[in-house]
Design a binder for this molecule. Structure first.
Ligand code: AMP
Length: 278
């Protein structure tokens, strides 16, 4: 049976006798197979699995984006139940940020390029809420999707820098059969936009194939992705990147590993995806 708690106090009480280790899966709800894979991994490696469902206002720059973020708690709870999750923490905004709340985590260089440049303040919001959730749950392990590659890099940095003992574990991106990375935001795509959206994955695959044939120029790999995106009239590229996998600085030349990533708009919906090289 999955138990649901909504306050910090209830969470503390529920976690007191919980068998260890604890695996934590933080989410914003509207759960899909990407989230399910994180829950399954957490369950296989821990005695207790905790899922948090919280649409974090501090990581949204645009109020309209926050207002239309999809929510369906009843369905999310069924999914948690089916995945054998022990405990769901679904707090209100005031429970996470109590009256007088006055402390935020500021992310440094790792949060500046890519998503950080496109969404000012986003990673400070992520780092702040994740620090609170880590402090509340005190899990041995926490599971995040590689789909949000920069987010994983930011959270690893936060855990090291703030001496948070929870181990951060990245899990592979789960995709639709046509390659589109699963995302709660996919629900906003119109049928023609949905049909066009696999172009993100095609662009990444085209660049990966060029790299596999020996292409090592960062510019050439970025152009390969841009050309693929330009073939799709409904897609507007926001950025394409071929960056150092550790620092996320753009690469002139790919030597060892690298991270290909992109952000693309379809109407008002913004999608991101990435593929590691090497
Ligand atoms: P979200 O609810 O979008 O904040 O995502 C919660 C967690 O699920 C984050 O760690 C995401 O990176 C992860 N996630 C989202 N989509 C996917 C996916 N398609 N595959 C794997 N993990 C994902």
């Amino acid at each position: 049976m999955t138990r649901i708690v909504r306050t910090r106090a209830e969470l503390r009480t529920a976690l007191g006798p919980a068998a260890r280790p604890i695996g934590l899966v933080p989410t914003m709800g509207w759960l899909h197979d990407g989230h399910r894979a994180l829950m399954a991994r957490a369950r296989s490696e821990n005695a207790t699995t905790v899922v948090t469902i919280f649409v974090n206002p501090r990581q949204f720059g645009d109020p309209a984006d926050l207002a239309r973020y999809p929510r369906n708690e009843a369905r999310d709870l069924e999914i948690c139940e089916a995945e054998g999750v022990d405990l769901v923490f679904a707090p209100s905004v005031d429970e996470v940020y109590p009256p007088g709340f006055d402390t935020t985590v500021t992310v440094g260089a790792i949060g500046r390029p890519l998503e950080g440049a496109a969404r000012p303040g986003h990673f400070d919001g992520v780092a702040t809420v994740v620090s609170i959730l880590f402090g509340l749950v005190r899990a041995e392990h926490a599971y995040f999707g590689q789909k949000d590659a920069q987010q994983v890099a930011v959270i690893r940095r936060v855990a090291i820098d703030l001496a948070i003992p929870t181990e951060v574990i990245a899990c592979p991106t789960i995709r639709e059969p046509d390659g589109l990375a699963m995302s709660s935001r996919n629900v906003h795509l119109s049928p023609p936009e949905r049909a066009a959206a696999p172009v993100l994955w095609r662009a990444l695959v085209a660049a990966r194939e060029a790299w596999a044939r020996g292409e090592r120029s960062g510019d050439a790999l970025r152009v390969t992705m841009r050309v693929a995106l330009a073939g799709e009239p409904l897609a507007t590229a926001e950025y394409v990147s071929c960056a150092d996998a550790a620092t996320l600085a753009e690469l002139e030349h790919v030597e060892g590993s690298a991270l290909l990533s992109l952000a693309v708009r379809f109407g008002t919906t913004r999608l991101i995806d990435n593929e590691p090289l090497g």
